[in-house]
Design a protein around this ligand. Structure first.
Ligand SMILES: NC(=O)C1=CN([C@@H]2O[C@H](COP(=O)(O)OP(=O)(O)OC[C@H]3O[C@@H](n4cnc5c(N)ncnc54)[C@H](O)[C@@H]3O)[C@@H](O)[C@H]2O)C=CC1
Ligand SMILES: O=C(O)[C@H]1O[C@H](OP(=O)(O)OP(=O)(O)OC[C@H]2O[C@@H](n3ccc(=O)[nH]c3=O)[C@H](O)[C@@H]2O)[C@H](O)[C@@H](O)[C@@H]1O
Length: 436
């Protein structure tokens, strides 16, 4: 069967790879000509471990082709999967313009009945609205299925091939079964339901995980007040099966292309539907506050930050990705610059900021960890890359200046080792960690 995947970001490319591996013939389509050219030259513009290998294999087996949208005159596939972006609008709502443009584009090129699968994250109620606005009564029968994606960047292929569940929402049983069959090779648990409930599962899952992170961050602050260690507390809580160990890592909070925008969109949706989702608002407030903590900690040890030299290790919103969208690290750098500090930066994958976030003369990119921390009074660890955890901190201290402060924004370093190297260690909620 031939399938068209529209929008080749993380989700689109992983869908292309996963479905090609399952034996389907895939046409990947994007509006970005540069992206298509580079895909056709065997290059992938995102860092996702293992993805290139699966795409290369599919290309070798002639299962995939990549095309710019302008090259498509007619859609001759039975299934079209939409994976375009749904970024935040300034008011927090999801911007659905890419999705709506794509549906109109599909309609103009439809020559047979087909099924649209919405993999982009769209607010609950969107599918029903889109169906009524664009598809109901159209000259060709177009089914609409909500099939939200739950992959995590950095382990996207693992999440595709071994999903916890697959959610398929629709108003036509035949179409639900057709989409369900796409995943036959995965042996996954499939949840079949209506469109709006499927859409809500996606938002509720992201909002719940984000809330779990903000909850543990509140407990971390309490640890700092009471003199307890959050990592030990989180382990103790997480061992309760009803709670689970995941998403209990305290630190500078969640970032990325999805949690922040999806939590904001759910909050917006709740408000305009007459529900004041107080818990979600608290999740957002706590998350914004966590990003300020490293700067507060630096101030408490260094005083005024004007002309202080500070290294920030890590730019990406988490390890295993090159994605810096809504990364807490960027806010920390911005705050440090506002305070007049000199900031040097290092990230193992992200070697530049090709967006106008900061003036070039405001920051310095180090060649490696040692080069970045040279002459600094303090280091902020903003992303828990293995390279930072495994580094020889005694060597780092030699090139730094007093007071040799490490602010561990991800609680990923061993405070005993750091203290033994002669540093002051300051984590998030780790007041007692060095006394173990
Ligand atoms: N990044 C992630 O880990 C996950 C993202 N999602 C959701 O999936 C959706 C896509 O996310 P990403 O892949 O991160 O987005 P992205 O922003 O990285 O990629 C979107 C792609 O769509 C293309 N595009 C935009 N308009 C188009 C059009 N009219 N025709 C063809 N291509 C078009 C863009 O050029 C871009 O390549 C979003 O709704 C997101 O919330 C869901 C689960 C995980
Ligand atoms: O909708 C999405 O796009 C995706 O969003 C997240 O995936 P992702 O953003 O790739 O990354 P996560 O591993 O979930 O981490 C998100 C953020 O939370 C932070 N985090 C995570 C876990 C934790 O315990 N503490 C914590 O601060 C991470 O550092 C990161 O900044 C979800 O985990 C995916 O299921 C979902 O599909």
């Amino acid at each position: 069967m031939r399938i068209m995947v529209i929008g080749l970001g993380y989700v689109g490319l992983v869908a292309v790879a996963g479905l090609a591996k399952a034996g389907y013939q895939i046409t990947g389509v994007d509006i970005n000509i540069k992206k298509i050219n580079s895909l056709n030259n065997g290059k992938i513009d995102i860092y996702e471990p293992g993805l290139k290998e699966v795409i290369d294999e599919a290309r070798l087996n002639q299962r995939i082709s990549f095309k710019n949208i302008a090259e498509i005159k007619n859609i001759d596939c039975g299934i079209v999967i939409i994976c375009v972006g749904t970024p935040s609008r300034p008011d927090g709502a999801a911007d659905l313009s890419q999705v709506e443009y794509t549906i109109e584009w599909i309609k103009e090129r439809t020559i047979n009945s087909l099924t649209i699968i919405m993999k982009s994250t769209v607010p609950p109620g969107t599918g029903e609205l889109l169906y009524k606005k664009y598809l109901a009564g159209f000259s060709y029968k177009i089914n609409y299925i909500s099939n939200p994606e739950f992959l995590r960047e950095g382990q996207a292929l693992k999440d595709w091939f071994y999903p916890d569940r697959i959610v398929i929402g629709g108003n036509n049983n035949k179409a639900i079964e057709e989409v369900s069959a796409l995943y036959d090779s995965l042996n996954a648990r499939i949840v079949k339901l209506d469109i709006t409930s499927a859409e809500l599962i996606k938002y509720a899952a992201n909002a719940f995980l984000a809330t779990k992170i903000s909850f543990i961050n509140e407990i971390a602050c309490l640890c700092d007040c009471l003199g307890a260690d959050i990592n030990s507390v989180a382990t103790g809580i997480g061992l309760d099966n009803r709670i689970g160990e995941g998403f209990l890592k305290a630190g500078i909070g969640y970032g990325g292309s999805c949690f922040p925008k999806d939590v904001r969109a759910l909050n917006f949706l709740s408000t305009i539907n007459g529900h004041n989702f107080e818990l979600l608002r608290a999740t957002i407030i706590v998350n914004s506050r966590q990003r300020l903590l490293p700067v507060q900690k630096l101030r408490s040890y260094l005083g005024n930050l004007v002309n202080k030299n500070i290294a920030v290790l890590g730019l990406t919103f988490k390890p295993g990705t090159d994605d810096i969208r809504e990364s807490p690290s960027l806010d920390i750098i911005r705050l440090l610059l506002d305070e007049g500090a000199n900031v040097s930066i290092y990230d193992p994958i992200r070697k530049n900021l090709n967006i106008n976030l900061f003036r070039k003369d405001q920051i310095r990119f180090g060649k490696n960890i040692l080069d970045t921390v040279k002459g600094t009074e303090a280091v902020v660890v903003a992303t828990e890359w293995d390279q930072f955890i495994d580094t020889n901190w005694s060597e780092i201290k030699i090139v730094m200046n007093e007071p040799f402060l490490i602010v561990d924004g991800r609680n990923c370093l061993d405070p005993c080792i750091i203290n033994n190297c002669g540093f002051i260690y300051s984590g998030i909620g780790r007041a007692k960690a060095h006394e173990r």
